[in-house]
Design a protein. Sequence first.
Length: 70
Amino acid sequence: MIRNIARGLLMVTLVTAGVASIGAAPIANAQQPYRNCSEARANGDTNIPSDSPYYGPHLDRDNDGIGCES
């Protein structure tokens, strides 16, 4: 009887720990364009090429394919 109770408590603990670790997992950080060049510069990014996931046409004033030019 005591073994069954201990086994049940162990299972509850393992399941709870597993659920807690799943809930605590970080969400994947999707790469997306910066909102503006101030945000890009705050992150140390300038001269962002058009093939970068951080590039957006709104960051490219002269439409040359480079955003937030320094």
